[in-house]
Design a binder for this molecule. Structure first.
Ligand SMILES: Cc1ncc(COP(=O)(O)O)c(C=O)c1O
Length: 381
């Protein structure tokens, strides 16, 4: 095609260099191939919440559709006509126990983390993260042409000593994920405090706490606490996608120093969160009993799946999330196919270098039973 090379010359190198692939599975093909009904597939690959959101959140989102014709209010301050963003910010702040000017909502934490990088990262800036963690973090930095350094986990956990040995005055940003996706492991309060105390105050420490609600280990460290204690370089990421079951409606937020929040406010799009997302979030935060009950069920499911897979001979990494990472001893791709044939979809661990592991989301009790039965059969093949 004429001009194709000329066009390619204009692409940004940083964008072309991104080693990008969304992990997907063609379920329709798989169903056809293995004679499965699509409704009968247990999809345990994306760490979604099988119980879904509070019915009150769904009702509020549905009701807000009557306003689909109009834009939401673009302002994070209260104005005269409509105040969705300001109300959501206030409600998230009350839920998290922080002042409203330390909260920046967005259409999913994935988008919010991109805003955070746009505020801080210049081309060539050094970023430190772990390779066995959420890939959205390095991708966001690579889009900004950052120089990403990887510090591997040790025994499935963030290696704080190795992070400290890598971070220097040149490091613009450190990415943490606690509990971590895909391992489900936490950074303890002691470890987090040691890290924060020993990096330069100019280094931004972003702690992704997407799975925070699922934690029941009292030694877990909450980065929000460090921010509130005056560490202005700490940024926390949270989401409504996991414990609140609102992944499809897209709502996440940063908790950060007010100055950081107002810079994000400057670069975000004006009508960036939809009215139904705001309505659902407000109603979900007003129905915390639903969320607590769902979390209780997911934690019970996590314990059960861990125990069952262990009895089948897998090594299961103790998880604080709504998923577990299990070492089956068999190549990840092989086990993935064996489970898929039985109508169970999981995520193979080789994308993080865990060549014999699977990351398995916790489902309903029925889905969990299905997984265990499929795993027993797959391991026996
Ligand atoms: C650690 C982590 N951060 C962020 C996200 C993205 O969440 P959101 O739906 O809020 O964009 C995910 C999604 O799985 C995740 O695992």
């Amino acid at each position: 095609m004429i001009g194709a090379d000329m066009l390619a010359r204009s692409f940004r190198t940083a964008v072309c260099d991104i080693d990008f692939e969304w992990p997907t599975v063609n379920l329709l093909d798989a169903c056809r191939q293995y004679g499965l009904e699509i409704d009968d597939v247990a999809y345990l690959a994306a760490n979604e919440n099988p119980y879904g959101p509070s019915p009150k959140a769904l009702a509020a989102a549905t009701e807000s559709l009557s306003l689909a014709r109009v834009y939401p209010s673009p302002s994070l301050r209260y104005d005269e006509l409509r105040n969705e963003y300001a109300e959501v910010r206030d409600a998230l702040a009350a839920y998290c126990g922080v002042p409203a000017d330390m909260v920046m909502p967005g259409p999913g934490s994935e988008t919010v983390l991109r805003y955070v990088t746009q505020v801080f990262v210049d081309p060539g800036d050094e970023i430190v993260t772990a390779p066995e963690s959420y890939s959205g973090h390095p991708w966001a930095c690579q889009i900004m042409a950052a120089d990403v350094r990887y510090v591997p986990l040790r025994d499935y956990r963030f290696d704080i000593d190795a992070f400290l040995a890598t971070v220097s005055d040149r490091t613009k940003m450190v990415w943490l994920c606690s509990p971590n996706n895909p391992t489900g492991t936490i950074i303890t309060d002691v470890e987090l405090r040691r890290l924060v105390a020993n990096v330069p105050a100019s280094t931004v420490i972003v702690c992704d706490q997407a799975y925070q609600e699922l934690v029941d280990d009292p030694s877990w460290g909450d980065a929000t606490q460090l921010l509130l204690e005056g560490h202005r370089n700490v940024v926390v990421l949270r989401t409504m996608s996991k414990a609140f079951g609102l992944a499809g409606l897209r709502m996440g937020h940063a908790i950060a120093d007010p100055e950081v929040c107002s810079l994000i406010d400057r670069i975000r799009e004006p009508y960036y969160i939809s009215g139904p997302s705001c309505a659902a979030t407000l109603a979900a935060l007003d129905d915390l009993d639903w969320c607590r009950e769902v979390v209780r069920k997911l934690q019970a499911g996590r314990r059960w799946v861990t125990q069952q897979l262990t009895e089948l001979g897998c090594t299961v990494v103790p998880s604080q999330c709504n998923f577990v990472l299990a070492d089956t001893g068999v190549a990840a791709g092989v086990m993935y196919d064996r489970l898929l044939r039985r109508g169970v979809v999981v995520r193979p661990g080789d994308i993080w270098g865990y060549d014999t592991h699977l990351r398995i989301s916790i489902g309903t009790d029925e889905e969990n039973r299905r997984l265990v039965a499929a795993m027993a059969a797959a391991l026996a093949e």
